[in-house]
Design a protein around this ligand. Structure first.
Ligand code: FIX
Ligand code: ZN
Length: 417
């Protein structure tokens, strides 16, 4: 490496390591939501990413594993993935990074010591420390207005916590209308199974109420690989006639998380979801038909990434984000970040953590910063070789946009009518 390249690599790593992060999609909850905020070594070990890996070795059916208590499941995952073989997968390495980030020594492989450490934490101080160590300014939650315990907290009016922002998750509305309709009726909304009468106006009222109650930064839904738009499905109609108009009126984007095939192996619970390649035409059709709406879009299939970047070149109201779930490993994060940078410059959001357990933000962001930083360093070095003077201030500015600013501008933007 020549001296200029070395300097650029050093400056980029430093900027990306220090940049503040807006974690735009997680499954974490503010402490006010009580037991919904998961934390600690047993939660880390029973994360569904690890469960899927352990069940490839364990001599028991998934359903039997699922019936065991959490501590026993954690013991089995620890023994299977960390003691009987080396924890080289991304999710396993993540546990090691998280422990080390908290000052624990992963060397002795002493599960009892880690349990003891977490048992002695003061919960409030621990949340603050983890956010600080991860360099995360705030995490966006996934807030489901159809989830009983969560709904009860919102209705009681939790004290706002600036580290946890809301996102209104509408899978239960858009993906399961036949059951959603009865719940909406029970809550006083005049809706009909066949979508007739006042249904669309009432769903708009429901979405508007919840966007307001939660202060959501965006509304969202995960969608199967078969997602099509436009179309006669209740999902497509509710989206077009109720949800997008409500999001537009509230001035918030809608996040499409496309490509998840739920319950490929239902015995595995959340570890049993798979993926499929989707049709990016649905995204293009939405962006064209709803120019006053903004769409945050992530796709689960590796094969969709290139088409999504090309679609984003056509529509400024489309913001690609994250390397979701099965894409979240250093190899694919590097590949996808390089592809996005080649086609979109700096107009994308490279990663979200998708953390379900508080301490996961430690590893997800450490690993993401490293992978994204490597790609950016190479891009800046190539740019310098082409004759551009790359300054440290430029790199810091660009990193701030990628890791927080692009999201914040997109959320705040009001498209021209
Ligand atoms: O739908 C989602 O938001 C997914 O991210 C989750 O359902 C999934 O289980 C997950 O945690 C992936 O990281
Ligand atoms: Zn998620």
């Amino acid at each position: 490496m020549n001296a200029e390249r070395e300097t650029i690599v050093r400056m980029t790593r430093d900027a990306v390591d220090k940049v503040r992060v807006a974690d735009i999609h997680t499954h974490l909850f503010a402490p006010a939501f009580g037991p919904l905020l998961l934390s600690g070594i047993d939660e880390l070990l029973t994360y569904h990413y690890l469960v899927a890996e352990a069940l490839r070795w364990l001599p028991m059916p998934a359903a039997a594993f699922g019936r065991l208590d959490k501590r026993t499941r954690a013991d089995l995952v620890w023994r299977t993935l960390f003691l009987e073989r080396s924890p080289v997968s991304e999710a396993c390495r993540g546990v090691v990074t998280a422990l080390a980030s908290l000052g624990l020594d992963p060397g002795p492989r002493d599960l009892a010591e880690y349990r003891d450490f977490f048992a002695r934490r003061n919960p409030e101080e621990h949340v603050a420390r983890v956010f600080d160590l991860a360099g995360v300014e705030y995490a966006v939650m996934t807030n489901d207005p159809f989830d009983g315990p969560e709904r009860a907290v919102w209705l009681a009016g939790p004290k706002p916590d600036p580290r946890f922002r809301a996102a209104l998750r509408l899978d239960a509305l858009l993906g399961a209308w036949p059951s959603a309709v009865f719940r909406l009726q029970a809550w006083g909304f005049d809706v009909e199974p066949g979508l007739g009468g006042r249904t669309m106006a009432e769903v708009r009222r429901f979405v508007a109420e919840w966007l307001d109650r939660t202060g959501a930064l965006y509304a969202a839904a995960s969608l199967p690989p078969t997602f099509a738009f436009p179309g006669p499905s209740s999902r497509a109609r509710l989206l077009a006639e109720a949800v997008l108009p409500a999001a537009e009126a509230a001035g918030v984007p809608f996040a499409l998380m496309i490509g998840v095939e739920r319950g490929v192996n239902p015995d595995l619970g959340p570890a049993g979801d798979g993926l499929g390649r989707a049709d990016v035409a649905a995204v293009q059709n939405l962006c064209r038909a709803f120019p006053s709406n903004r769409f945050l879009v992530t796709m689960l299939s590796r094969e969709n990434q290139h088409e999504l970047c090309v679609a984003a070149r056509k529509f400024a109201n489309l913001m690609p984000f994250g390397c979701w779930w099965f894409l979240n490993g250093p190899g694919l994060v590097r590949e996808i970040t390089a592809l996005r940078t080649d086609l979109l410059g700096l107009s994308y959001i490279p990663q979200h953590s998708d953390a379900r357990v508080l301490e996961q933000i430690l590893y997800k962001w450490k690993h993401a910063r490293a992978a994204v930083g490597d790609v950016l360093a190479e891009k800046y070095a190539d740019l310098a070789a082409a004759g551009w003077r790359v300054t440290e201030d430029d790199i810091r500015r660009d990193a701030a946009a990628l890791f927080a600013g692009n999201f914040e501008s997109f959320v705040a933007a009001r498209p021209a009518k």
